[in-house]
Design a protein around this ligand. Structure first.
Ligand code: WT7
Length: 662
């Protein structure tokens, strides 16, 4: 296995937190971090109970953790409400009239909602939900652009105990339909359209397609965002602004049990069907609260900008819930980083005096390519801290981020986590932990992370292996929605009682973690997770396709690019037209983000005697390397030679970076 999980990176640069930063930070030194970390591992109950006391509870818990592997219950017996923790508790003091959300739309509109205003809008919309018979425990799909309404809809669900499932606006009608079917959602909240690079994404139109033919959804509430013409179905579809006319602004938060489901977020795994990752109320809240507090060391004066779309977990945790639970100001931007020009981010930072920027390596690499001149036009002196998330950041991109964006004075926190983990698990603490470009450094409090070999034994320094977590943590997923068995198998069966992350990693002599990337059949394209078998299923659903194998190839911009090997049925001949058709087909089935960068037609796919596609070979072919290693298990030797020749070149190699939904 070590062969596959090899990391050649030797990075010698170390950046110590400045005295200035350390002085003001909550965690001021490596020694303080180590002391707290030790306590959090030895006495997790005591550690987490102390943190949890900073939240607002309706009823205190009886037990911090009930762990019957692999099922965890945190803060058993406690009751609370998440929207109350994000809103009501800030209304009593000076935060009442402080900005909670500052938003900018892609076309340039600006809106600010104070905590008081956001609270009012959330209460009103919660009343709209109640008016439409949405009750505690009901599932609600949210398919909205990154606008304040997305946060309002999420918080309104949480206020009444409804379970939201946000679907990224770049996903197609088919993807929405699958998520409705799996979650059994009865309501859906969307907008007429949203803006992306100057054009309107027809969200409501996609919803109409998803709902045609009948689903469990009875109500669709539509926010008017883009003003594009849409169809409103009598008896099913309602305008957000009209509904508001019938409700008042009083809505008491409904106290729910600690383990009450908060949201389901679908993510790709190694099978064709996305997994509904289920997060529950108290543990999730505590995880995002503690990490926002210690990792971003957020202050009342900060303007925090996480550039993720609300459709991803990063948007849930660090655009909406994390900053609001701390009473901070969160900045939301709806559109693309290069619209109308490649300096949109720097313009926004200058205009609003953003202090903390949290973005993705794929964006950073794009900025490097677009050139420093776009950056130099703007005053970025307000920034004090930078964050990175979503994929391994290459040291050169890290250095550029640190120097060119951070002016050399801002610590960079490279934060490792997953949809499943709910909040950041491996990360520097900016005032305490020295950073090394490319390393996510050390585990957060309570996180017992390790790198192990095939037998589950911890490996030594600088040896590659599988990244696992050996103890439950508050914001961990509780199950895969509706499939406890898959949850157990997927995450907890390879090493019994230990959580399998699916990532490969190594630790250096200082115990620093260096994440190599996914080691399962999951790709990470521009920071987004795509299951290879999901794309394969979509391809095979096309009438002309017999078989498909999808692999990743390294890509300078996106981290990984998607390469599809396709065999065609009977008499069908490969053509450029068919290639384009297949790309559209994948777009329709999953969304434009899953579109292969390259489609290669083959006569047959290389397989082992037992019929398993030899992905390692395909990966090598896809990345242009000559095939090496043992090939004796190939069913048909001629297949290999043909594959390398068959590359039908066409327009699809054009590598457009879409940075979808950053
Ligand atoms: C996968 C999780 C968590 C928010 C965004 C992605 C990769 C994430 C890092 C990092 C190296 C990273 C991992 C992980 N990843 N952050 N700092 N360094 N790799 O969430 O879609 O659930 O994907 O993203 O491979 O398993 P996700």
């Amino acid at each position: 296995m070590e062969k596959n999980i090899e990391s050649h990176l030797i990075e010698k640069r170390v950046f110590r937190p400045s005295r200035e930063f350390g002085k003001n930070a909550r965690i001021k030194s490596l020694a303080q971090y180590r002391k707290m970390y030790r306590e959090s591992i030895r006495s997790p109950d005591r550690f987490w109970a102390r943190e949890a006391k900073e939240l607002i509870w309706h009823r205190s818990w009886k037990k911090v953790l009930d762990w019957k592997a692999p099922f965890a219950k945190w803060f058993v017996g406690g009751q609370l409400n998440l929207s109350e923790n994000c809103l009501d508790r800030h209304l009593a003091g000076p935060r009442r009239n402080k900005a909670a959300i500052i938003w900018e739309g892609e076309p340039g509109e600006k809106r600010t909602l104070t905590y008081q205003q956001l609270h009012r809008e959330v209460c009103r919309f919660a009343n709209v939900l109640k008016r439409n018979k949405i009750r505690k425990g009901d599932r609600v799909i949210i398919y909205l652009p990154t606008t304040p309404e997305a946060a309002i809809a999420m918080l309104a669900c949480a206020r009444i105990g409804a379970v939201h499932s946000v679907v990224f606006g770049g996903f197609s009608a088919d993807s929405i339909r699958d998520r409705i079917a799996d979650s059994g959602a009865t309501a859906l909240i969307t907008a007429d359209g949203s803006y992306r690079r100057g054009t309107i994404v027809p969200l409501k139109n996609n919803v109409d397609h998803a709902l045609s033919g009948g689903t469990s959804v009875e109500r669709v509430i539509v926010f008017r965002r883009a003003g594009n013409e849409i169809h409103m179905e009598e008896g099913r579809d309602l305008w957000w602004h009209r509904e508001l006319q019938y409700v008042d602004a009083n809505c008491e938060p409904v106290p729910v049990d600690s383990e009450h489901p908060l949201f389901i977020l679908y993510t790709s795994g190694s099978t064709g069907k996305p997994k509904g990752i289920l997060h529950t109320t108290a543990g999730y809240l505590l995880g995002i609260y503690a990490t926002t507090k210690y990792v971003f060391d957020i202050r009342d004066e900060d303007l925090f900008w996480c550039t993720a779309d609300v459709g991803w977990v990063t948007g849930h945790s660090y655009v909406v819930y994390g900053p609001l639970s701390l009473g901070a100001t969160t900045l939301m931007y709806e559109g693309a980083p290069n619209w109308p020009e490649p300096d949109r981010f720097w313009r926004i930072i200058e205009d609003y005096r953003v202090t903390i920027l949290y973005t993705a390596p794929t964006a950073i690499r794009a900025f490097v390519r677009w050139g420093d001149n776009w950056v130099k036009k703007h005053d970025l002196s307000s920034l004090r801290l930078l964050g990175s998330v979503g994929e391994p950041i290459n040291p050169e991109a890290w250095m550029w981020y640190h120097k060119t964006i951070g002016g050399g004075r801002c610590p960079v926190v490279d934060t490792w986590w997953q949809t499943e983990t709910g909040s950041i698990l491996i990360t520097p603490l900016p005032g305490a932990i020295p950073t090394k470009p490319g390393s996510a450094t050390l585990p957060f409090f309570g996180v017992d992370a390790a790198v192990v070999d095939e037998s589950g034994e911890e490996v030594g320094a600088n040896v590659g292996g599988k990244l696992i977590i050996r103890k439950p943590w508050p914001s961990m997923l509780r199950t895969i929605y509706g499939d406890r068995e898959r949850y157990r198998k997927q995450y907890w069966s390879e090493f019994k009682g230990r959580y399998l992350t699916g990532d490969g990693a190594r630790r250096d002599a200082d115990g620093y973690f260096w994440i190599v990337g996914r080691i399962d059949d999951v790709l990470n394209v521009a920071g987004h997770r795509l299951g290879t078998s999901e794309i394969e299923s979509a391809l095979v659903a096309h009438a002309h396709v017999a078989e498909a194998a999808v692999v990743g190839r390294p890509d300078e911009m996106k981290g990984q690019a998607v390469v599809a090997f396709v065999t065609l049925k009977g008499s069908v001949a490969p053509s450029t037209g068919l290639k384009a058709e297949l790309l559209d087909h994948v777009s329709e089935h999953i969304g434009a983000i899953a579109k292969p960068d390259e489609v290669r037609f083959a006569e047959a796919l290389p397989k082992t005697r037992s019929g398993k596609i030899m992905r390692r070979l395909l990966k090598e072919i896809a990345s242009g390397k000559t095939v090496t290693g043992d090939t004796t298990t190939l069913e048909d030797f001629s297949v290999l030679a043909k594959l390398s020749e068959e590359e039908v070149s066409s327009g699809t190699r054009e590598r457009k970076i879409s940075l979808s939904g950053l």
